[in-house]
Design a protein around this ligand. Structure first.
Ligand code: SAH
Length: 239
């Protein structure tokens, strides 16, 4: 092979590679697109609406400006007070598992940055989200208002007790780990409603578990291993 041919072959090989890599100078849009292709579709997320919403949601606006260049990497990021915004793949997996309909009303325990709530708000009618850390609750509420969400309500409090006045819910998403499903949440779930929770007693790994309520009883399905920050408050008194 001549040097010239070799050079062209190498050039071709290198021009194919970068399509799947993000570079420091890339725009947020390009990084987000790569995240959807590589980390969501590439790992088995199929729900078109979930992919579409996460392909538009500006995750970089839910983290500190200093973390902007990491906002579309597939891992959790710190959001203050020792808490994290979940990994995009896990957000997609949980959202997809809930099989949401546009008419649904959804409860979230663990508002954190507000990112998961915003993803839900694009897919359903109303989102009710509860955060036990006041600073995070206020920050998320302001952020969601600034982004123009009118169908998300944020409450500061212990999500263990749910949101009785607004119940029952079509779906409940719990984004902090616990060793049991809080009974008030089971009560506030509609029949045929879906609830998803990282269930387990260790701080390192839990089993993402989907519960479907059938005639008052829960059918449980284990999905995969995950690592969430622990639920605090009432849940800790019930060990
Ligand atoms: N869903 C969030 C990430 C959640 S991190 C996002 O999209 O960014 C888990 C959050 O659950 C933390 O903010 C933590 O403060 C909160 N949390 C822990 N225990 C809670 C409880 N009992 N009630 C409500 N929120 C709780």
């Amino acid at each position: 092979m001549t040097n010239r041919k070799m050079f062209h072959l190498l050039l071709m090989a290198f021009s194919l590679l970068p399509a799947f890599l993000a570079y420091p100078g890339d725009s947020d849009d390009k990084r987000r697109l790569l995240m959807v292709e590589h980390d969501l579709k590439g790992r088995g997320i199929r729900d078109k609406k979930v992919l579409e919403v996460m392909g538009k949601m500006p995750r970089h606006l839910f983290v500190d400006a200093s973390l902007r260049d990491k906002a579309y990497e597939d891992y959790p990021l710190p959001i203050g007070e020792g808490q994290t915004i979940s990994q995009p793949y896990v957000v997609a997996l949980m959202t997809e598992a809930l099989r949401l309909k546009p008419t649904d009303r959804v409860l979230e325990l663990g508002t954190g940055s507000g990112y998961q709530a915003a993803v839900l708000a694009e897919l359903v009618k109303d989102v009710y989200t509860i955060e036990i850390r006041k600073g995070l609750a206020e920050k998320a509420e302001n952020r969601l208002k600034e982004l123009g969400y009118r169908n998300i309500r944020v409450k500061y409090g212990d999500g263990y007790f749910g949101w009785e006045d607004q119940s029952p819910f079509d779906a409940i998403i719990i984004t902090a780990s616990a060793n049991h499903i809080p009974p008030p949440l089971i009560k506030q779930l509609k029949d045929n409603g879906r609830l998803i929770i990282p269930l387990g007693s260790t701080v390192y790994f839990q089993t993402l578990t989907l519960a479907v309520k059938k005639k008052g009883e829960l059918d449980l399905e284990q999905i995969t291993s995950v690592a969430f920050v622990p639920m605090i408050g009432e849940v800790q008194k019930k060990r």
